[in-house]
Ligand binder design. Structure first.
Ligand code: 3HC
Length: 301
């Protein structure tokens, strides 16, 4: 059955090579997913060798885990590792037909990335963005072919969560959208078509949910109390564990985007902003107890 709003699948173009811009945690999870499910070469790019090696290293380590669990055999593991490579220049995207960016959440940076990719790829190559909250239409504006830009928003952990929000920008054409849906299906994701609106659908709900729990802490509830208050509801993860998984910087960015769009509905926690300013990657220490500095920021004691 065709997902609601998806165009005729006959319009979908074949994807034989994928480019991933960025080699951070999201980008490297995407590289593994595309290589595993589409069985096509995937090239990661990033600004420096260290980040690139880290991204490719992540993919290799995850393939080893799949091998240890018996999810892939030795030949498949080697093949998978061989499919994913890193390149410091975007020239490696020249023959790609699907490029997805997962770089820093900044509209200017993302527009620049798409302009650079467009200079290298063919006119029909899909340019997808994994943005959490930014406007897909704004990202496409100024390109020679804005009709090939589409939102392709995954959820962490990418290998586990089935959801994929596909975002149609103002100019996105049917062939691009059909290719996005066919690709999402091949990746074994549950695709939903969402409007190009701030934070789309899912992050609006998650941000509201996490914002209320963080707000309770801002108002004086201890972090642990607020974090465990919902345990009995059977959620897969507590709110602060989710904040840790998403990363405070990303969560803050989404909250800021939503606050700007709907000031009465979304607050930005000053404590969350301070946590990000302090460069804290999360609320928990490596042993998953509350990080003392994060506690100090949230509870002021
Ligand atoms: N990467 C890859 N695989 C992972 C993983 C990770 N980071 N974390 C867990 N997994 C895998 C495990 O290896 C395990 O796989 P297996 O069945 O093959 O052994 C499977 O997931 C289950 O893991 P666990 O048994 O360790 O733990 P749980 O059953 O508690 O599940 C969870 C972990 C899947 C993370 C679950 O807690 C969950 O679904 N949490 C909610 C996550 C969520 O809401 N994410 C959305 C975040 S919002 C977002 O990403 C959007 C962005 O724009 C902000």
């Amino acid at each position: 059955k065709r997902p609601a709003g998806a165009p005729d699948k006959a319009l979908a173009r074949k994807v034989t090579k994928v480019g991933v811009v960025g080699a951070g945690l999201m980008a490297s999870q995407l590289a593994l997913l595309f290589a595993r499910r589409l069985e096509v070469p995937v090239v990661l790019t990033d600004l420096d060798r260290e980040r690139l090696d880290k991204g490719v290293g992540y993919v290799r380590a995850e393939v080893d885990k799949l091998l240890a669990k018996g999810r892939v055999n030795g030949d498949q593991a080697n093949r998978l590792k061989g499919l994913v490579s890193g390149s410091l220049t975007k020239d490696a995207f020249a023959d790609a037909d699907f490029v997805i960016e997962a770089v820093f959440e900044d509209l200017k940076v993302k527009k620049q990335v798409f302009a650079e990719v467009e200079a290298v790829v063919g006119p029909e190559c899909v340019l997808a963005t994994n943005t959490s909250s930014l406007s897909v239409s704004a990202m496409a504006s100024g390109l020679r072919h804005p009709e090939r830009v589409v939102g392709f928003h995954f959820f962490n952990p990418v290998a586990v969560l089935p959801l994929l929000e596909i975002v149609r920008g103002e100019r996105t054409d049917d062939a691009t959208l059909a290719t996005a849906f066919a690709t999402g299906k091949a990746l074994k994701k549950s695709c939903v078509l969402v409007k190009d609106a701030p934070a789309f659908v899912v992050n609006r709900l998650l941000t509201r949910f996490m914002g209320e729990v963080i707000g309770a802490v801002d108002e004086g509830t201890p972090v642990e109390t607020a974090d465990h208050a919902l345990d009995g509801l059977g959620l897969p993860m507590s709110p602060f564990a989710l904040l840790q998984l998403v990363g405070p910087a990303v969560a803050l960015h989404v909250a800021e985007t939503l606050h700007e769009a709907f000031p009465a509905r979304y607050k930005v926690s000053e404590n969350l902003a301070n946590l990000v300013k302090a460069g804290k990657p999360g609320v928990f220490a490596p042993d998953f107890t509350i990080d003392p500095e994060a506690r100090q920021i949230f509870e002021g004691s």
